[in-house]
Design a protein around this ligand. Structure first.
Ligand code: NAD
Length: 259
């Protein structure tokens, strides 16, 4: 990726951070938008010449503007946009959401996981057209199957697939638009905070990952870095020049599970 300039939302922790680290190791310059910019303090010290970090919320259009400005002013035109920042609903079933809480829970989950991707894509589209670059969305096994979240998360991650397909259509032939669909991955993915339901973090649930690993054909839960090379592949105009509108699973083989 030497010579490439990438922008990653939600790049301070988890899967996004693994993508940032891998892009840097591959020679790219990287801009990050995250609401926890301090989590990248160590990486920023190590890679000060090729990493810029902007604190902000993906629900705020001005934050996308700010990170694009900061990244292109530091490194030149951006050619790769990774939309990745997201939250979960902690498997809250629809019947367990009090009706009066549902609008707030829906609003929070969909504004972060869907509107955040839309705002980012809207801002990056013209820059990526000029660079003939690519967008890569972090989808999920919940973009393809039930049970990896509650109704809100699964619906939102299915929406991401529609977004990828439509943007691949709208932005062709200038920009390739694809997604990675990770399965269970050991991160501190956050739940909701604006309503009384769906709160917490993935890594606060003792034994969860061991139980999930038993349902994965390959028998383990991924580490964030296990997905990173797929983002490098999709970001490459020479290694994946004919790939657009694709959702690549990285889920330990959920399509072939026996039960
Ligand atoms: P994570 O919490 O480790 O990382 C998410 C990052 O996004 C964090 O740095 C967080 O600060 C940032 N973020 C969250 N909301 C934000 C907002 N409103 N504005 C700005 N930044 C915000 O979680 P993760 O598991 O690495 O999740 C990354 C993506 O991967 C999400 O889209 C998630 O849905 C998806 N995913 C995760 C798993 C899993 O099992 N962990 C599986 C499939 C897909």
């Amino acid at each position: 990726m030497r010579g490439q300039v990438a922008l990653v939302s939600g790049g301070a922790n988890g899967i996004g951070r693994a993508v940032v680290e891998r892009f840097l190791a591959e020679g790219a310059c990287v801009g990050v938008l995250d609401r926890q910019p301090d989590a990248l303090h160590d990486l920023r010290a190590e890679w000060s010449d090729r990493l810029v970090v902007v604190g902000g919320d993906v629900r705020d259009a001005a934050a996308h503007e700010a990170v694009l400005d900061a990244t292109s002013q530091s490194f030149g035109p951006v050619d790769t946009y990774v939309a990745n920042a997201g939250i979960h609903d902690m498997w809250t079933r629809l019947e367990d959401i009090p009706t009066d809480q549902l609008p707030a829970a829906f609003h929070e989950l969909f504004t972060v996981d869907v509107l955040g991707y839309l705002l980012g894509a809207r801002r990056m589209a013209s820059a990526l057209r000029a660079a003939r670059g690519s967008m890569i969305f972090t989808a999920s096994s919940s973009s393809r199957y039930a049970g990896g979240g509650g109704a809100l998360y699964v619906a939102a991650k299915h929406a991401v697939v529609g977004l990828v397909r439509q943007l691949a259509h709208e932005l062709a032939p200038d920009v390739r638009v694809n997604a990675i669909a990770p399965g269970a991955t050991a991160t501190g993915l956050s739940g909701l905070s604006d309503s009384e339901v769906g709160r917490g973090r993935l890594d606060e649930r003792p034994g969860l990952m061991d139980r999930v690993a038993e349902t994965v054909p390959l028998g383990f839960v991924a580490e964030p870095a296990d997905h990173a090379a797929l983002y490098v592949l999709l970001a490459s105009a020479t290694e994946a020049p004919f790939v657009t509108g694709a959702v690549l699973p990285s889920d330990g083989g959920l399509d072939v599970r026996r039960s």
